[in-house]
Design a binder for this molecule. Structure first.
Ligand code: DX5
Ligand code: ZN
Length: 217
């Protein structure tokens, strides 16, 4: 099986030692740095915003994978590109004009992703799949780290994969929430390409070893 792209989520890191945490990711086998932006409106939690993302970028040697869990993301897409986002993902549930939002992200030179909440059907992607670089399948309800993985995700990945193949899209499938060494293999077998992991990585005594384990699954 091909190796997954691993994206540790800094939401679970020690914010008081952000430079150390980013250096750990730099020195690890991780591929991307997952940056969770929460506005307290789209999701019932507030994480951090532009200045912290800019601080992460200052130390990052890997692409920033920015996951916007915010309403009206079009208001902030350009600002996140300016502070260093390489990939920007917006939620289908938060966008009234998703196609326009995707064009906006691509025009800024970023890769564009679309995220689906656990209850959102895959068919929502049908008319946008050919235009995007990434589909983010939420495997927990967005808003918090360290939640329990929702098993319906496997089925959902298979449908997204079928849609990608049928449309000739080059989009990769990213899974976010409750990822660990136990479910990683089945996720990849179902068609996932990118694994986000927060708590599983940062609560470990040796996070680099955990990242290497996910990479080698
Ligand atoms: C949840 C966030 C996730 C979160 C994942 O709303 O989008 O990226 O950080 O954390 P774990 O891996 O702990 O579920
Ligand atoms: Zn996320």
């Amino acid at each position: 099986m091909k190796q997954p792209i691993i994206a540790p989520s800094v939401l679970a890191s020690d914010f008081a030692n952000l430079e150390r945490e980013i250096n750990m990711i730099n020195d690890s086998q991780a591929d991307w740095i997952h940056v969770d932006i929460m506005d307290g409106v789209f999701v019932p939690n507030i994480s951090f915003g532009l200045p912290v993302t800019e601080a992460i970028k200052r130390h990052a040697k890997k692409p920033l994978d920015v996951h916007l869990m915010i309403v009206q993301p079009e208001r902030y897409v350009e600002a996140f590109q300016k502070v260093g986002a390489d990939i920007i993902t917006v939620h289908v549930e938060a966008c009234q004009h998703l196609h326009r939002n995707i064009q906006q992200i691509k025009a800024l030179g970023c890769k564009a992703g679309v995220a689906l909440n656990p209850h959102t059907p895959v068919v929502e992607l049908e008319n946008i799949i050919a235009d995007i670089d990434l589909v983010l399948v939420m495997s927990v309800n967005p808003g918090f780290g360290a939640q329990k993985f929702i098993p319906n995700t496997y089925k959902k990945i298979e449908s997204v994969k079928k849609m990608i193949q049928a449309s000739g899209s080059n989009a990769v499938i990213e899974i976010d929430g409750g990822v660990n060494q136990q479910n990683a293999k089945l996720l990849l077998g179902s068609g996932a390409d990118v694994l986000v992991a927060g708590n599983f990585v940062f609560s470990a005594a040796d996070p680099k070893k955990v990242i290497a384990g996910l990479k080698a699954v």
